[in-house]
Design a binder for this molecule. Structure first.
Ligand SMILES: C[S@@+](CC[C@H](N)C(=O)[O-])C[C@H]1O[C@@H](n2cnc3c(N)ncnc32)[C@H](O)[C@@H]1O
Length: 286
């Protein structure tokens, strides 16, 4: 078992390796977690945080738009999924499902899936607001309720992958539900960010953790029950789990920070974005 490593006190406004929150309190540690602990914590966390997440990021994400990352890379511009018209697409970890609705407007037949009913409530609201209705499904990305070869494309922008104990299993599930030749593309926090505190300012420029320490980041309550868990894998880990699941890596995109982008998203900021990557997007084919 990997032992938790002590982590230094971060600046008041920062949390360690926790991209979606900029907050640090007692009860934060690094320790191994079980799959059950992880699923429970993620579901409860995203249910509780859904309103705040949408309040903070909803305008940036839009109701009908596919934004891959805080660096504002749009699928409409980069076409990482290829021509989606007439394709069967599954979005996992869809959150409010704006990516799915955008795909539907491009002629895809889409299912938007997420573990959290709180996030799916926002997805339903987005459907109603936009008039673009995509089917919504509550499920764990590690156990997809679809037959083999159901989809032409599976995708996610920051969904599911950073929050599961066994991301290699998610890769295998995605491979199973994809047809041969199908595409799997996903964005995650760039693994090198694990080295730094999640401080968008100067404090986030100092290396404090080992890149090679995969021990999960865990926030827990007074009884030691995890309330938020995030997982780190190195770039090499990701490539190995993709290859083991039968994928061929077509591209690994590290979006550069746009010169005109002033917005800060959690730990993503112009200051850090101009120096090192914040997002990695893996584009693969089965
Ligand atoms: C950072 S949000 C990203 C949401 C959306 N893709 C976006 O771009 O805003 C992460 C999402 O992953 C979902 N998630 C976490 N663990 C999951 C799992 N095991 N299976 C499916 N979805 C999961 C959360 O409920 C949440 O909606």
């Amino acid at each position: 078992m990997v032992q938790p490593s002590p982590i230094p006190d971060p600046p008041e406004s920062a949390s360690a390796c926790c991209p979606y929150r900029v907050r640090m309190e007692d009860g934060v540690t690094r320790r191994p977690v079980t799959t059950t602990e992880s699923r429970r914590a993620s579901r409860a966390w995203w249910d509780r945080d859904a309103d705040a997440y949408q309040e903070e990021h909803g305008a940036f994400l839009g109701d009908v738009d596919f934004v891959w990352c805080p660096e504002r890379l749009r699928e409409a511009d980069v076409h990482l999924l290829g021509d989606v018209a007439g394709k069967r697409v599954l979005e996992i970890g869809c959150g409010a499902a704006s990516c799915s609705r955008w795909l539907a407007t491009q002629g895809a037949s889409v299912v938007a899936a997420d573990l959290s009913s709180g996030m799916l409530r926002h997805a339903a609201a987005g459907n109603a607001r936009s008039g673009v209705f995509v089917p919504l499904l509550q499920c764990d990305a590690a156990a997809l309720p679809f037959a083999d070869g159901t989809f032409d494309i599976v995708c996610t922008a920051f969904g599911a992958i950073p929050f599961v104990t066994d991301s290699a299993r998610v890769m295998r599930e995605v491979a199973r539900v994809l047809r041969p030749g199908g595409r799997w593309a996903f964005s995650v926090t760039h693994p090198m960010r694990w080295v730094f505190l999640d401080d968008p300012g100067d404090g986030g420029l100092v290396a404090v953790h080992s890149y090679f320490d995969r021990t999960p980041y865990v926030e827990q309550d007074e009884s030691g029950v995890p309330t938020y868990i995030e997982q780190h894998r190195t770039l090499g880990d990701r490539v190995r789990e993709l290859v083991a699941a039968g994928f061929v890596l077509r591209d690994l995109i590290e979006p550069e920070w746009p010169a005109d982008l002033e917005a800060t998203w959690g730990q993503w900021s112009p200051l850090r974005g101009h120096i090192f990557p914040g997002t990695a997007i893996f584009v693969t084919d089965k």
